[in-house]
Design a protein around this ligand. Structure first.
Ligand SMILES: CC(C)(COP(=O)(O)OP(=O)(O)OC[C@H]1O[C@@H](n2cnc3c(N)ncnc32)[C@H](O)[C@@H]1OP(=O)(O)O)[C@@H](O)C(=O)NCCC(=O)NCCS
Length: 173
């Protein structure tokens, strides 16, 4: 059975994780635990309960803000001129031999769900993601994320809109 856990370097074998993107492998192996301890990012890993040490995928979530100049004209109209709070999923990666099986969609949906719950306690306008290239950008666009006006590989999903339209959550059902 698939389970999502908070990263625990005593349990999860980070060094063995390979998503095919060296910078994302290196992050999990070298920096993720430090970032979690220092309050820079929370790291969630996806494992199979039959072998919980093997990381099948991971994502990171942090508090952030977005300048409204980065938001498209249509969405900006209802926003103040100062930067607005958001959550940032800085990284999302699936083990290369498990791609194409819905695990990326599952982690993304769990992250959106977590943000929707968190924003009941601490306000946030959107979930921001940083794509690593055009292919991952199109992955996020597939789920309703909109590219920021700048930088173009940063995308956002207004959390109110995602909840109302269920664009990510519905696709998980
Ligand atoms: C991008 C990544 C997370 C996708 O994970 P995955 O598990 O292979 O994707 P899924 O199987 O969950 O795909 C879910 C849906 O997204 C679609 N999809 C997958 N990759 C896509 C892409 N590049 N562009 C558009 N749609 C894409 C699938 O067709 C599927 O659609 P459906 O649900 O309508 O059938 C994964 O390929 C990965 O780890 N890539 C390397 C690291 C990376 O680029 N991370 C993202 C930026 S940090």
């Amino acid at each position: 059975m698939l389970e999502e856990h908070r990263l625990d370097s005593k349990v999860h074998d980070c060094a063995a994780f390979d998503c095919g993107t060296p910078v994302l492998n290196e992050y999990l192996a070298r920096f993720a635990t430090q970032h979690r301890r220092r309050g820079i990012a929370q790291i969630y890993v996806l494992v199979d309960s039959s072998l919980p040490s093997a990381v099948l995928g991971y994502d990171t979530l942090s508090a952030a803000e977005v300048h409204t100049a980065q938001i498209t004209d249509a969405d900006r109209q209802r926003l103040p001129r100062f930067p607005v709070p958001c959550f940032r999923m800085g990284r999302l990666a699936i083990r290369k031999d498990h791609k194409g099986r819905g695990l990326g969609k599952l982690l993304l949906g769990l992250a959106v769900d977590r943000c929707l719950r968190a924003k009941e306690e601490v306000a946030a306008y959107a979930l921001i993601v940083d794509a690593k290239g055009e292919r991952s950008k199109s992955f996020y666009e597939h789920f309703g994320f909109t590219p920021c006006t700048d930088p173009p590989l940063t995308l956002y999903l207004p959390l109110g809109r995602s909840f109302e339209s269920g664009c990510v959550l519905r696709s998980l059902a």
